[in-house]
Design a protein around this ligand. Structure first.
Ligand code: G3H
Ligand code: 13P
Ligand code: NA
Ligand code: ZN
Length: 320
């Protein structure tokens, strides 16, 4: 059934695991994810960005998700990722989403509260839940010096007031993750014995402070792709050029999943798996041009990736 995240998060919090929130843009991505979740009997959050909505259109995505629910019989939440303003949230609430994110993290604390509260009031009146955000995720484009970096992490002393005065149902925080496949520059990383880039660890100390201030409250981790070397290598061996791609180590994501973190956002890993499948097929079959031929292995890589995430990283298998 199409559900909100309320029940999912309650069980995840108590069970010490996290729900995977996967970004979707087309049929093959939705099928790869939901086929994996069906085999693993995992609850799911399928999330749609403004860019996804522009690419595929609202009606196509909502109906593809409806089809996936019919096909899998799983509890699936349909979530707006990074809603930038009240209007896009309203449009998704009115148009069949069960959850929206209002991302007011770029505004002042006061303006973030005001905007988030406005969305929460509308959403709750319509049976929809809301994710807010405090703190800013680092981007590789920011030339980080330590104090600037520190100031972008979520400030634990702000979380209670934010949650209380907005009424949000979950809170996205910044503890050192970032979006995309190049989360850290090589200069920010150290190298292990095999020459693999190791990024600076997430700020679990900040997460712990937030947890203590918000007992039983679900926390969300954005920018949580691990940028799995296997798919990067396949891409690079088949005409791609993704040098120094680096993500969040899965050991740290496992640790996060055991904590108050109940939702872990994954987009880049899906993009890498899909692209790896297409590139590998194209190299092996330069004479093929039927999209069903190259999208079949690409979709299978998505399914393989999502199975791995559900069972080996998030721990939400068998929880549907
Ligand atoms: O947070 C960003 C997500 O990966 C969605 O990316 O805006 O390019 O669809 P997008
Ligand atoms: P990644 O780029 O790490 O996959 O993060 C996705 C995300 O946070 C979507 O909101
Ligand atoms: Na958890
Ligand atoms: Zn995000």
């Amino acid at each position: 059934a199409k559900v909100t995240t309320t029940e999912m998060f309650k069980k995840a919090y108590e069970g010490g695991y996290a729900i995977g929130a996967f970004n979707v843009n087309n049929m093959e991505i939705i099928q790869g994810i939901t086929e994996a979740a069906k085999e693993e009997q995992a609850p799911l959050i399928l999330q749609v960005s403004a860019g996804a909505r522009k690419y595929a259109k609202h009606a196509y995505l909502t109906k593809l998700v409806d089809a996936a629910i019919e096909d899998t019989d799983l509890p699936i939440a349909l979530h707006l990722d990074h809603g930038a303003d009240f209007e896009i949230c309203k449009s998704c609430i009115d148009g069949g989403f069960t959850s929206v994110m209002i991302d007011g993290s770029k505004y002042s604390f006061k303006d973030n509260i005001e905007l988030t509260k406005r969305v929460v009031d509308y959403a709750h009146n319509h049976g929809v839940v809301v994710e807010g955000e405090l703190g800013r995720l680092a981007g590789v484009e920011d030339d980080v010096n330590v104090s600037a970096e520190d100031s972008s992490y979520t400030r634990p002393e702000e979380v209670e007031e934010f949650v209380k005065s907005t009424g949000v149902d979950s809170l996205a925080i910044a503890i050192g993750t970032s979006h995309g496949a190049f989360k850290f520059t090589p200069e920010q990383c150290t190298k292990n014995e095999e020459g693999v880039l190791v990024p600076p660890p997430l700020r679990f100390d900040i997460l712990k402070e937030i947890e203590e201030r918000l007992p039983s409250f679900p926390i969300v981790l954005h920018g949580a792709s691990s940028v799995i070397p296997k798919y990067v290598q396949i891409i690079n061996q088949n005409g791609g050029n993704l040098a120094d791609a680096v993500g969040i180590p899965e050991s740290q994501l496992r640790q996060a999943a055991k904590s108050a973190v109940c939702k872990i956002n994954i987009d880049s890993d899906l993009r890498l798996a899909l692209t790896a499948g297409i590139r590998e097929y194209m190299t092996a079959h330069p004479d093929h041009f039927d999209p069903r031929q190259y999208l079949t292995p690409a979709r299978a890589y998505i399914k393989e990736l999502v199975k791995h995430k559900l069972t080996d990283v998030l721990g939400c298998n068998g929880k549907a």
